[in-house]
Each structure stands twice: as structure tokens, then as C-alpha cells.
Write a protein that binds this ligand. Structure first.
Ligand SMILES: Nc1ncnc2c1ncn2[C@@H]1O[C@H](COP(=O)(O)OP(=O)(O)OP(=O)(O)O)[C@@H](O)[C@H]1O
Ligand SMILES: [Mg+2]
Length: 262
């Protein structure tokens, strides 16, 4: 479905942020992209969606393919038309608009029946949005706004959904709920690339995971394997506070480090 090959991204013509990243999202799967702050996760999503330009970023090497079609330098509208939906960092909703109006901005169809079907699907996934359909989005809770942001992305009926840290700032119960909903969306046939710092949530719904560190993939494998991995557990579970975050490279022993970067 999505295939990223040896991607190199530079900001402001000088800052090398992705240093040869390769990653695959097979059709119908959930793939987790993990990594600490500043690893380059959001940058990778921007590179896929054509949004780098808006951030003075540029792909300097490598390629991005969607179902075999090269989209390496496609503009955002082309990528959306190709069936890629996204929820960017920080649950962007139109605060002044109602829930329903927000959803309407996500729809790309003029056909009433199709629109209705999409809204019904979103309300089915998020009953709380149905209840609050006429509420002003700015007054929703953080969790509800995140659901609305995901719902709006679903309105365009994407075949591939890119999610940037959907669990950020949510209470544990809500994190779990967001995880269940992502699994449900995937069950309805949408492939998902899930960027997360919550490794447990992400890996428990993903089939594969990648760990990004300073612009390079330092680890990848079946989600179950990563979830059972002691170093990953120590790194992602041992430091839940933002100040305590260490590098995965510091956590693992030198021998292991050699094995991983081989
Ligand atoms: N527009 C930009 N111009 C210059 N540097 C940038 C820009 N955007 C991001 N960076 C830098 O690129 C690196 C990767 O940033 P990115 O936002 O992709 O990381 P991330 O993995 O998403 O981090 P986080 O978990 O904090 O969201 C960081 O060092 C960041 O400072
Ligand atoms: Mg980010």
C-alpha cells in the first residue's frame, strides 16, 4: 500500500532530519511508528502527504510510493485524492464550528447519500460525537476533539489513514478507547500508519512496528516481538514523564546496539 524507500529529508536546506528511512505499510494492516520527541516521526508523515514544502522541508533522496505510484513530490491535494487521510499532531479542529460542520469540511463528495453514509459511519464509531453534533467544537473535551479530528479524516473515505500521536495528552482510559477505535477502523478495511509515543497501545493494535531515532530506523519487526522486547519496554514504559526520556541507544547494551544497527 505505502512504501517509503531510503528517504532523506532536509529542512531549510541544511538540517538533515530523516537519514535514509525505509518503511512499508502493507495493504489492510496497522503499522506503528515509534520514537522519542524529535526523532522525525511527524517529518516522515509530512513527506508522505506532500506537506513538507509548507515547512521549508525537502526530500533530497529516496522515494514514496502509494500502491506502486510514485508520490515522492506530489502535492497534498494529489495525495488526498490518492486515498490518503491524515490526522495531524495536536488534534486540529475548527474551534468555532460545530461538530457536524467540522465533519462536513472533511467530506469530498457532493453526493448526499455518500455524505450521509460517511457521517453515519463516524457517528457509529464515535457515539459521543452524534450526541454532541450541534456543539461548538472548541468546547469539546480533549478526547472528544481528538475523536472529531479522526472523524473528519474519515469523511473523505481514505484507504490509508495517517495518525500523528492520537493518544497524546489523553487519560489512560481514553488512550485505550482510541486504540480500540483505530483497530475498528482498520477492521473496516482502512490501512493505518500510527505514529505514537505510547508504544504499548500502538503495538497492541499494530502488526508491525518501527522505532525511529534521530532520523533513522533503529529497530523494526512484528509488533508482538517489539512489545515483548525488554529494551523497548524499559525505554517506553520506564519513562512516562517527558523529562525522563532517554535515548533507546542509551538503554540498550552496546552489544545489542551493534546487533540493531548492523
Ligand atoms: N520546519 C522545520 N524546520 C526546521 N527543523 C524542523 C522543522 N520541523 C521539525 N524540525 C526538526 O526536525 C526534527 C524532527 O522533528 P519531528 O517533528 O519530525 O519529530 P517527531 O518525531 O515528530 O517529534 P515529536 O514526538 O516531538 O512530535 C526535530 O529536531 C525538529 O526540531
Ligand atoms: Mg511529531
Amino acid at each position: 500500500m505505502l512504501s517509503v524507500n531510503n528517504l532523506e529529508v532536509v529542512y531549510d536546506d541544511v538540517v538533515l532530519v530523516l537519514r535514509g528511512v525505509s518503511l512499508d505499510v502493507p495493504h489492510g494492516t496497522v503499522v506503528a511508528l515509534l520514537g522519542a520527541n524529535g526523532a522525525g516521526k511527524t517529518t516522515l508523515l509530512r513527506a508522505v502527504t506532500g506537506l513538507l514544502v509548507a515547512h521549508r522541508g525537502k526530500i533530497t533522496k529516496g522515494s514514496v510510493r502509494l500502491d506502486g505510484t510514485d508520490i515522492t513530490r506530489a502535492d497534498p491535494a494529489q495525495v488526498v485524492r490518492g486515498g490518503v487521510g491524515q490526522v495531524m499532531e495536536g488534534r486540529r479542529v475548527f474551534a468555532e464550528m460545530t461538530v457536524e460542520e467540522n465533519l462536513r469540511t472533511g467530506a469530498h463528495t457532493r453526493r448526499r447519500a455518500e455524505y450521509r453514509e460517511s457521517v453515519d459511519r463516524v457517528f457509529d464509531l464515535f457515539p459521543v460525537l452524534a450526541e454532541r453534533r450541534r456543539a461548538t467544537a472548541g468546547y469539546l473535551s480533549g478526547g472528544e476533539q481528538q475523536m472529531l479530528a479522526i472523524g473528519r479524516a474519515l469523511m473523505a473515505r481514505p484507504r490509508l489513514l495517517l495518525l500523528d500521536e492520537p493518544s497524546l495528552g489523553l487519560a489512560p482510559r481514553l488512550v485505550e478507547q482510541v486504540g480500540e477505535i483505530i483497530a475498528q477502523i482498520n477492521g473496516q478495511g482502512t490501512s493505518v500508519l500510527l505514529v505514537e509515543q505510547n508504544a504499548v497501545m500502538a503495538l497492541s493494535i499494530a502488526s508491525r512496528g518501527y522505532v525511529l531515532e534521530v532520523g533513522k530506523v533503529v529497530r523494526d519487526g512484528p509488533a508482538g516481538e517489539l512489545l515483548a522486547d525488554e529494551d523497548i519496554r524499559e525505554f517506553y514504559l520506564g519513562s512516562t514523564d517527558d523529562t525522563g526520556r532517554r535515548s533507546l541507544a542509551e538503554v540498550k547494551s552496546y552489544r545489542r546496539k551493534k546487533r540493531w544497527s548492523a
